[in-house]
Every structure is written in C-alpha cells, then in structure tokens.
Design a protein around this ligand. Structure first.
Ligand SMILES: [Zn+2]
Ligand SMILES: [Zn+2]
Length: 302
C-alpha cells in the first residue's frame, strides 16, 4: 500500500481512496451487467450483425451514462463556503474599482490584492461582512444571525442551505447526499444529477428488456424441448444428425405425447437408465399425420 501511495499520491488519503473504490465498483457493476448480455445472448450478437445501429445506440447510452456519472460526481453541489468566497471576491473587485477611480496613482493589481486581503481576512462570523448582510437581507427583519450560523462549519446559511455531515460543509439548496456519487446534490449539480438519473433509468430499462427477451426465448425453448422430448443438440443440429436426417421437421421421433413426455421429463427415476430405440419407418409415418381434434384429446404423439 505504501508503494502504491508513493506512485499515486491521491491514494494516501482514505476518503479519496474510498471514493475511487466506489467509482471503480460502479463501473464494474455496469460492465458486468451489460457484459453478461453480450457473452451469453446469441440472439443479441446475431441482431448486432444484422442491425449494427441498434447495438451502437445501446452502447452509446451505456457510455453516456458513465460519462454523466463522472461529470456529476466530480461537480460541486454549491458549497456555502465557495459562495462566501465568490461574494467576497466580487465585493473586493467592486471596492478596488471604486478606490481606483478616486486614486489614479496606485497600481491596479496592488489595490486588488490589498482590498481582497482586507475583505477575506475578516472572520466569517463577523456581523459586518458582505455575506452576513446578504444572508440577513434574505430573512425576515429581526432574525438573529446566531440562529442562521451553522454550528459545525461556522458559516451563515442562506435560506434552503443545510449542513452535510458526510461532506462536512454547508450546501446551497441541499437535496441529499448521494452515496453512489460520493458527493452532495445541491444547487450546483442538481440538473446534472437528474440527467444522470434519466440516463441510468433508460439504460436499466433497456438492459432489463434485453434480459427478459433473452430469458423468454430460452425458457420457451426449454419448455418446447421438454414437451417434445428433444435435446438442445437435436434441435440445433437436426440436419447433421444421421438418425434425424430425412425425418420431416414437424416430426419428433422420440416424442411419446405431451403428457408422457412431461411425466418422463419431470418424474422419471434418475437411477433407471431409459434407452430409446429409433422409431420404425411406420411409426415415423404415423407421427407425420396431420393432427385432428381427437388426437388433441387423446394426447397423440407429436
Ligand atoms: Zn455547515
Ligand atoms: Zn454531502
């Protein structure tokens, strides 16, 4: 771990390490969730060859979701302390401009630095700071500044701001602290967050639809095989199997009728080996006869 921290200094901080671990886990979760589809769903691979635009669109949504995740997780939710800094800086620039207009001699940069320093050196809780006046103006007259001051980070909270115990900062228009993003959702990233949720939902629904299609096709195939007493190998390689070559596609030579097929499939004793002889030409001819209503009632072999 020490060597790792030396190569990647950011990993020496436990908070950053856990945030990085969270991001890697989320990406892996997405890759596994989507990757399983492409590994096992042969129909999707075939569809990709026929209609490449379909899979391209799906993969585009996959990449866009992950990109939106990283954009949202790395964006600032709008911390009160940053707003205070911005107000102080804009106030300092305003003051420096007014001073410069009255005093033509001093250098521009010197004035800005001096005014900025004087503004920033004032304690945050000082009643005379621009931020305090601004916050008080946003509340009903007579509101005590003490009730507006966060007891954790000692900043005056404007309306709708709240202290986040995970970030240990006050957040403007606090929505919630998102564990998966590893940051708060607030004024600064609320829109980005909702775009991410929208893309993630679309990706989950689309992936869920692909999973359901895959399972439905495979379950239907499995049921069909059980009902007709066929193996997957016989279904797929019918033309290449010598004992099935020349047998009509709608004839299943080993079928004993749906009821008996199901009984054998579900209730056959596994300790007894059942060896099935090849049907005779006469039996195959009987099985190829078209079905009648009577055949359905009597469970004729299919
Ligand atoms: Zn706070
Ligand atoms: Zn937070």
């Amino acid at each position: 771990m020490d060597r790792c921290s030396r190569v990647f200094p950011c990993l020496s901080d436990p908070a950053r390490r856990s945030a990085l671990g969270l991001k890697v886990s989320l990406v892996l979760l997405h890759v596994i969730y989507v990757g399983i589809l492409f590994l096992f769903n042969g129909d999707l691979i075939e569809k990709t060859k026929r209609e490449p635009w379909y899979t391209s669109l799906y993969l585009l949504l996959f990449v866009a979701t992950l990109v939106q995740y990283f954009i949202t997780s790395s964006s600032s939710p709008g911390y009160v302390i940053d707003a205070i800094r911005a107000v102080n800086e804009s106030n300092a620039i305003y003051k420096s401009l007014s001073v410069a207009s009255k005093q033509p001699a001093p250098s521009k940069y010197g004035t800005v630095v001096e005014t900025t320093d004087s503004s920033q050196s004032a304690p945050v809780g000082n009643n005379l700071t621009s931020w305090t006046k601004l916050v008080l103006a946003m509340h009903p007259p007579g509101t005590s500044i003490r009730t507006l001051t966060c007891s954790y980070c000692n900043v005056e909270q404007p309306p709708r701001a709240k202290h986040c115990h995970d970030c240990d900062k006050c957040v403007l228009q606090f929505d919630h602290h998102c564990v998966w993003l590893g940051t708060c959702v607030g004024q600064g990233n609320h829109c980005k967050f909702w775009w991410y949720i929208f893309e993630e939902t679309a990706l989950c629904l689309w992936t869920g639809f692909l999973y359901i299609t895959y399972l439905k096709a495979n379950l239907a195939r499995a049921c069909y095989l059980a009902l007709t007493n066929q193996t997957t190998f016989e279904l797929i390689r019918r033309r290449r199997i010598p004992y099935l070559r020349g047998v009509s596609a709608r004839v299943n030579p080993f079928s004993k009728g749906i009821c008996r097929n199901l009984y054998s499939f579900c209730c056959a004793q596994t300790s007894v080996y059942e060896l099935e002889p090849l049907p005779t030409a006469q039996e195959l001819e009987d099985k190829s006869r078209p079905y009648t209503c009577l055949d359905c009632i009597t469970c004729r072999c299919c």
